[in-house]
Design a protein around this ligand. Structure first.
Ligand code: CP
Length: 319
């Protein structure tokens, strides 16, 4: 398969956010990722697109999916991939984020993939280094590669995103996944709803670019896609829901609540999932409705596309 000429439309040095991207740029990344899906299913998954390149994963927060898939993505494209363990690094001796970034930068990596608990921290770091930076999730701000892999999952099942109704349900307030998805879905012309109790919505929710619902019955009505989000207890200070039991009763997805969505509605979840809190366990495993493991699979292809495009030689790239 001939590769799409993605570099003709994607001129950014970093991938820090979905907000600000153009539809053509999103489409180009998704097209490129689509081409990598088959490679990942082959017996021999190796290519040499990134031969000689170095990717450093710098995660200041826990991760299973994002970190592993960036590592696989880099290795499958032939790059050297380093996973820096923050817990055993000099960060623990008081080295700042910027000093850590400058130190790694001096070793000439080609891409830094960074996850940080503070919104805006990845941009701060990107301004200080010469290499490309990919945001692996910063606080409650954005998680761009998650939105891209969600979009690829939807597109492969449903075709173009334009005109689809997507309900994003749960802890919108603390979710960088929700924010990136709302931006991407709007850019691509989908109809976006957020469904949550008032306590789990940002105060400026009206500026988010989504229809707001506080009831799953209206929020899920005729939805093509139902995206469930985890309660991010680690970012909560205080009581946001009366109890997990109460939360599941009103906002947890089960077969009963799903009845109002379209009969072929897809169930998505970025993970990690809390079964019985935001989603019924049987429904999460229902291969006729749930595409949660497809999301994980396509995450590798999307991250290959991001590494590929950001390391191409062209004006604006430091290398
Ligand atoms: N969806 C997601 O970002 O998962 P991880 O926290 O496991 O990377």
């Amino acid at each position: 398969m001939e590769k799409p000429h993605t570099d003709a439309v994607f001129f950014h040095r970093h991938l820090l956010a979905i907000q600000g991207l153009k539809a053509a740029e999103v489409t180009a990344l998704l097209d490129l990722a689509d081409g990598y899906v088959e490679q990942n299913r082959r017996h021999d998954k190796k290519a040499s697109v990134l031969r000689g390149r170095t990717v450093i994963n710098l995660f200041f927060e826990n991760s299973t999916r994002t970190r592993t898939s960036f590592e696989l993505a880099g290795k499958r494209l032939g790059a050297d991939v380093i996973n820096m363990s923050v817990s055993s690094s000099s960060v623990k001796k008081g080295e700042t984020l910027i000093d850590t970034a400058m130190t790694l930068n001096a070793m000439h990596p080609d891409v830094l993939v960074v996850r940080h608990p503070e919104s805006g921290a990845v941009k701060l770091l990107a301004d200080k280094v010469r290499c490309a930076v990919i945001n692996g999730g910063d606080g409650s701000h954005e998680h761009p590669t998650q939105a891209l892999l969600d979009a690829l999952t939807i597109r492969r099942r449903k075709g173009p995103l334009e005109g689809l109704t997507v309900a994003i349900c749960g802890d919108i307030l603390h979710s960088r996944v929700a924010r990136s998805n709302v931006h991407l879905l709007n850019i691509m012309g989908a109809r976006v709803r957020v469904v949550a109790p008032r306590t789990l919505l940002p105060v400026d929710v009206d500026r988010l670019g989504a229809e707001v619902h506080h009831d799953m019955r209206t929020g899920l009505e005729d939805a093509d896609i139902v995206m469930m989000l985890r309660l991010q207890l680690e970012r909560m200070q205080g009581q946001f829901v009366p109890s997990v039991r109460e939360y599941f009763r009103f906002f947890g997805l089960d077969y009963e609540k799903l009845k109002v969505a379209r009969p072929d509605a897809l169930i998505m979840h970025p993970g990690p999932m809390n079964r019985g809190t935001e989603i019924d366990s049987e429904l999460a495993d229902d291969i006729h409705r749930s595409v949660i493991l497809d999301q994980v699979e396509l995450g590798v292809a999307v991250r290959m596309a991001c590494l590929d495009i950001l390391t191409r030689d062209r004006p604006g790239n430091a290398r």
